[in-house]
Write a protein of this length. Structure first.
Length: 302
């Protein structure tokens, strides 16, 4: 047990340093640079070097006790910024997933309507191509055009858009497809399905979700840099780079998470049906009727 707690302490310390302390120290350094340079001398590297030299010289003149206090204060400030940023990770996730608060409802509706129109326009183009080129006489080039049209639809959304963001629609699509193709209401069925999934499947889904959480933690560091940009504009550029990096990683993680979740429904909904006594069959996807029976059972009239 002693070795276990030692290893746990090491891992927690490594995470604390990588997630809070180092990014916090970088931000404190950027804030010090911004305070010294301001907007007028934002890229004056000579002034920045003089400021750094003066700061180091002032520290060198301090007694040892004062330097220790200054170092502790610096670490506490960095950790405080890191904790504040991690608290914003939930806000970042909600923004990316399109779960916006009520004051933003008009903007949300407009964005959803625009994505809805674009998606249905692409669907109409694909159907027109399929009608114009029947399958029995379709050439390879014509099939390629139809495939390209389908790819444009799927890049926009995998089901009818209902969220203002791409990531939100990717998650929403899993629920829509499960409901329309299998009769499953995942809001109620997913916790039960999770309990019957094999450990390897749960591990893959958990890893994808953890990747999204890490991306949100990275992207959330854009917030303090955007605020600092009000007094030192290069900080806003740094924030834009950090935010874009986190957003790109989040898109990849959400893509994996939605694909794995949909695959889990396809491959293991039958296991859930068997566990609930809905079906005696051991293999194959569930039917819509079976999915509706599962939904009725797990909803319990709610």
């Amino acid at each position: 047990m002693e070795n276990f707690f030692q290893e746990l302490g090491k891992k927690l310390a490594e995470k604390w340093v990588s997630l809070l302390l180092l990014p916090g120290l970088l931000f404190v350094a950027a804030a010090r640079a911004g305070a010294a340079l301001s907007q007028r001398d934002a890229v004056d590297h000579e002034l920045l070097l003089r400021t750094a030299s003066d700061t180091m010289a002032a520290l060198a003149r301090m007694p040892v006790t004062s330097r220790v206090v200054a170092a502790v204060g610096l670490l506490l400030a960095a950790a405080g910024v890191g904790l504040a940023v991690q608290a914003l990770a939930g806000v970042t996730q909600r923004i990316w997933l399109g779960a916006w608060p009520r004051p933003f409802a008009p903007v949300r509706r407009r964005l959803v309507a625009r994505r809805f129109r674009r998606w249905h326009q692409e669907v109409a183009r694909r159907r027109e191509l399929e009608r114009s080129h029947p399958g029995e006489s379709r050439s390879r080039e014509q099939q390629s055009r139809i495939n390209a049209a389908a790819d444009r639809i799927n890049r926009l959304a995998l089901a009818e858009p209902a969220r203002p963001t791409w990531m939100g629609d990717r998650i929403q699509a899993v629920e829509q497809v499960a409901l329309h193709r299998s009769g499953l209401d995942l809001a109620f069925a997913w916790p039960r399905l999770w309990l019957v999934l094999p450990d390897t499947v749960r591990g893959e889904i958990t890893a994808a979700h953890a990747g999204f959480a890490r991306a949100a933690a990275i992207g959330s560091w854009a917030w303090p840099y955007f605020f600092l940009g009000a007094v030192w504009w290069p900080a806003a550029l740094i924030g834009a780079v950090i935010g874009t990096t986190g957003w790109a990683r989040a898109r990849a993680a959400v893509s994996d998470l939605s694909a794995l979740s949909e695959a889990a429904v396809d491959l293991h909904a039958r296991t859930l049906a068997t566990a609930l006594g809905i079906s005696a069959d051991a293999t194959g996807p569930i039917t819509i009727a079976e999915g509706e029976r599962i939904t009725a059972l797990v909803r319990k009239g709610r």
